[in-house]
Design a protein around this ligand. Structure first.
Ligand SMILES: [Zn+2]
Length: 278
């Protein structure tokens, strides 16, 4: 058993340049495992390639992120400057079921995600496209018999409705996890009734906004993540985040829940291993 698992990170993103292996190694040296998460075709493929370099402790998730259903969104930390050969490019993908199904044959692929809905930076025209892409990804997760890793921003009503409408396609025992959960107790309750788990990341080290919902959900349904290279926890706030920093989030989680660090570490590892079968 590892000490901790970073359940959602992007160790293969362009933000790390050629340091992805160093960043992974720093986590493994501290006995921290990780799931590195793709967001479109090329970042999903790269996630699998990185995970396959390691015998144990590094896993991949593949998907089309809702914001990449439109062309205008381009994050240089994720994709590079754009147009250069080293980076990736946001191209407003349609979900290519066969492409992701083929990638999903790797034993290192433990979930379909991050997929879901994002109305935060919404271009109204992509709403239907996001919904269609999400439903296809629910189907793919069902076909591959792996859980979902959901990204949802400002769209929980629609997201929960889609999940309820497709309940028969969700993985029976462990349907998945809602990554970096940003909503309220009511939405948490609905998602828990569907069997979902929740991750929390560095943001909980510098705001109390999520303390109440964390206490409500409870340790039995929580995992820790970094979402690196984004949202570094205190004491690295504002700098490039990396999987090894997940320990600061676990420490804060223990404080919020008034539990020992050891108990939080052990339980979040157990939850992550159960849901992703690792
Ligand atoms: Zn992410």
């Amino acid at each position: 058993m590892p000490k901790l698992i970073d359940a959602h990170t992007h160790a293969h993103f362009v933000a790390y340049g050629d340091e992805s292996e160093d960043v992974v190694q720093r986590a493994l040296d501290e006995d921290i495992w990780l799931i590195t998460v793709g967001t479109q075709k090329d970042t999903s493929r790269r996630a699998v390639e990185l995970a396959e370099q390691y015998k144990e402790g590094v896993y991949a998730s593949i998907a089309l992120h809702p914001i990449h259903t439109e062309k205008s969104y381009h994050d240089p930390q994720e994709l590079g400057a754009g147009g250069d050969t080293k980076g990736f490019t946001s191209r407003g993908e349609d979900f290519d079921y066969e492409y992701y199904k083929k990638l999903g044959q790797s034993k290192k692929v433990v979930s379909i995600g991050e997929c879901g809905l994002d109305y935060f930076r919404l271009e109204e025209s992509t709403k239907d496209k996001q919904r269609d892409a999400f439903i296809q990804q629910i189907r793919l997760a069902n076909e591959l018999n792996i859980p979902l890793m959901i990204h949802c921003r400002n769209a929980f009503g629609d997201l929960i409705q889609i999940l309820k409408d497709h309940k028969h396609l969700l993985k029976q025992d462990f349907p998945g996890v809602n990554h970096f959960f940003t909503s309220n107790k009511e939405d948490a309750k609905e998602l828990m009734e569907l069997g979902f788990y929740f991750t929390f990341g560095g943001v909980i080290t510098f705001t109390h906004d999520y303390d109440e919902v964390i206490k409500y959900i409870g340790l039995d349904k929580i995992m820790v993540e970094t979402d690196a290279p984004y949202v570094a926890p205190v004491p690295h706030r504002g700098k490039r985040n990396e999987p090894a920093f997940v320990k600061y989030t676990a420490e804060k989680l223990a404080e919020i829940l008034d539990k020992d660090f050891e108990e939080v570490a052990q339980k979040t590892v157990e939850n992550t291993r159960k849901v992703f079968s690792i």
